[in-house]
Design a protein around this ligand. Structure first.
Ligand SMILES: Cc1cc2nc3c(=O)[nH]c(=O)nc-3n(C[C@H](O)[C@H](O)[C@H](O)COP(=O)(O)OP(=O)(O)OC[C@H]3O[C@@H](n4cnc5c(N)ncnc54)[C@H](O)[C@@H]3O)c2cc1C
Length: 292
């Protein structure tokens, strides 16, 4: 069993920021990532609110900058899924490949999509990332929040997009909403509607039967209906010690996994840096600086 001083689970903005800050302090954290580095950010079409970047950078471009930083700082990343964590004087992390032990763990695992009843079809997705480069397709997007409109913004005008809103309320921010509506040539917006049935045609396309009795033939569906925190399973023993371990800064939660609807990369990054500083304080509290 390999032992590590600090393990960070999740290489989205929160985990990346924590890893960089810890490395900067002279530690060697290990980042575990089950998928691609960058987390949810890879879906963002144009990030306009990232301090210092005024020109609107895409999630993919920002992640490339993060990756470069991780590489230059020689931060070790293990591509593996942490399924379960136990605690017995130290953390025991069960991944899909190996078991690790650690003194400290940072949970930066973000969110997973709310499951959608019609999603058992290979052309139904929860994020835009897998199809962000398609052209001349028809895509139905279920939802009317920031993610739904951001996905529409990514896919328009090269594709036809049908936004299906189950109510009249548009939760997306006004700037994003206006930006999408400006591309209205290829956009169909339908309110007060849900999908009643999805039929897959022999050609691979999908026929959507809507509750307003309309039917639409589409190539893909994206369900952008909300997200919930996601985490490895905690054993009973870890559950019981969780609060104490958090007080001792041995176990920290950062980013979207704990922030309800306050989900922004800058918040996750700030929390990553803060978690690293908290661990640094505890780990060095008995050390004296040479110049003291
Ligand atoms: C369409 C869209 C547009 C957005 N636009 C903006 C924007 O303009 N500005 C902005 O600031 N924010 C934006 N965001 C929000 C931003 O992407 C998130 O707030 C940010 O990515 C959260 O970072 P995180 O590190 O907390 O979580 P995540 O990015 O979700 O990263 C979590 C990581 O943990 C990994 N993971 C999860 N469980 C495990 C496990 N058990 N083992 C190993 N790895 C695991 C996941 O694979 C993932 O890579 C946008 C989001 C979306 C969807």
């Amino acid at each position: 069993m390999k032992h590590e001083k600090i393990i960070i689970i999740g290489a989205g903005p929160a985990g990346i920021a924590a890893a960089i800050q810890l490395q900067h302090f002279g530690f060697s954290p290990i980042l575990f990532e089950k998928g691609d580095i960058g987390g949810l950010l890879r879906n963002a079409q144009s990030i306009q609110n990232f301090p210092g970047i005024s020109y609107g950078i895409s999630g993919i471009e920002l992640i490339a900058i993060f990756k470069d930083h991780l590489e230059k700082k020689h931060i070790k990343i293990i591509k593996s899924y942490i399924e379960k964590i136990d605690f017995n004087n130290q953390f025991i992390l069960f991944s899909d490949t190996e078991t690790f032990t650690a003194d400290r763990v940072i949970i930066a695992t973000g969110t997973s999509p709310l499951s959608y009843s019609c999603a058992n079809n290979k052309n139904v997705f929860y994020e835009v990332y897998p199809i962000r480069q398609v052209e001349n397709k028809t895509i139905a997007i279920v939802g009317a929040g920031d993610a739904a409109f951001d996905y529409a913004n990514t896919l328009l005008p090269k594709n036809k997009v049908i936004i299906l809103n189950r109510s009249e309320r548009i939760k997306a921010n006004r700037t994003l909403y206006n930006e999408v509506m400006e591309k209205k040539k290829n956009l169909v917006y339908i309110k007060n509607v849900t999908i009643e049935n999805i039929q897959t045609n022999e050609s691979g396309s999908i026929r959507l039967i809507l509750t307003n009795n309309e039917s639409h033939e589409v190539d893909y569906v994206i369900a952008a209906i909300g997200r919930k925190p996601t985490m490895p399973e905690f054993t009973q023993k870890l559950q019981e010690s969780k609060e104490y371990l958090q007080i001792k800064k041995k176990l920290l939660f950062i980013g979207d996994v704990k922030n309800n609807h306050f989900r922004q990369s800058s918040i996750s990054i700030g929390e990553g840096v803060k978690a690293a500083m908290e661990m640094y304080d505890v780990l060095t509290e008995n050390e004296e600086h040479a110049c003291d």
